[in-house]
Design a protein around this ligand. Sequence first.
Ligand code: ADP
Length: 450
Amino acid sequence: MNKSTKKLVYLLGLQVITGLFLILAITYQNKIMMVTSLVILIGTLTYLALVLVQNYRDNQIVDRLTQSVKNINAHEAAQPVLIKPGEKYKELADAINNLSDTKNEQLRESGLVDNEVLKTVNALPVGVMLIDQSSNVIFANPQMANILDRKIASDAHPYTMDVINYKLLTMIDHVFDTHRSTRAEITETTNGNKTLDVQVVFSQNNSSFHLIVIAYDISEVINITQMQVDFLRNASHELKTPVTAISGFAKTLLDGAKDDPEVLTEFLEIINRQSDQLTSLINDILTISHIQKDEVKLTDSVVLRDFVNQEIETQSNQIKQHRLQVHNLIDEHIEVNIDAESLQRIVRNLISNAVKYNRDDGEIMINASIQGNFWYFSVQDTGIGIAKSDLSRIFERFYRSDESRNKQQISGTGLGLSIVNELVQSLSGKITVDSQRGVGSTFTVRLPRK
Ligand code: ADP
């Protein structure tokens, strides 16, 4: 029995005794006893009423304080319980209010942190998915949807609805069975070829657990590595051919062939041609390794017609050799802003190919135009043309059609068009080709106007 209940029992007892005294006083008509009993009875009744009111108020405060403590326990925001100074429970209420303030602040901070963590995970270039103990996906970031190439519902659903790749399914099942994290490279072939680096992490949390699937698309890294390996292999192969020829003919000359003046001249000419080939190969390799996609280029103001005339002049020997007619049809007023060094390489390679792959007595038409935000530059020839099967490959590094490779008189490195293509791309442009076997080819470059 607590203090206030005891107080109530005493008061009620006192009232019962006073009531009995009042009955006795009435029975014996004792006025003094009657008045005394009545005063005591009214006094105790008033006191009882006051005690009851106080009790009611106390109970209310205790209820509110209890609710506050429950909220704190449940990590929810709690309203402060305000009590006047000097009143009962004041100290307890202040202590609970302080505790609640601290807790509210912690909740606000952890809410902020949760929000920031969510924003970060959603912006990650890595796919993240959470699977709970009942095999339901409870979270997946946008990148995971990209990687799996499907929409991922935000409400809980079985992971088998999102994951269809057999190897990834097997990995997840394995982690469910063994409770041990795992990592593997997975090739996804449903939508093009994709290589993923996938980690399935087992995460124990008290009595429950969940799985975190982390997937990173490493296709580009693998492609770049493969391209570098291919480039080195092709470059060494192409370098080896002229070097072998040069050293072979030099040795033959040293072994005695130099004494025959006719053979000497012929072999020296071969050595000369092969060293030219070696020089252009090394120059092309150097050029291609220096082209950078997002490099900021200098811009020069170029009068296109004059610029092309200079290039035709540079190649006049080869043009004359094949008795070609070159028509520079570019309007003299066309002036473009572009990095002149890049433009020179583009123009030089396209004209040089139009010369090399032309027929004797053929023609070359060079034109340019401005349309909207772009300007176009084209080189058309009346040469051997390009087979359909080669069209998609001629911009690859070191690719030469069998015809140009076999006909030793058409010198080349197989790098010219890939240099042009990469330069055009680095200038935010595009190159296209239109060709017909035995009729000729037209290469057109589209570049943005600055
Ligand atoms: P290269 O001329 O040194 O062999 P390129 O990269 O410039 O290397 O060209 C790649 C291939 O594209 C050439 O080997 C040739 O088969 C084909 N090609 C390029 N330009 C022309 C053209 N104007 N006419 C016909 N074929 C061409």
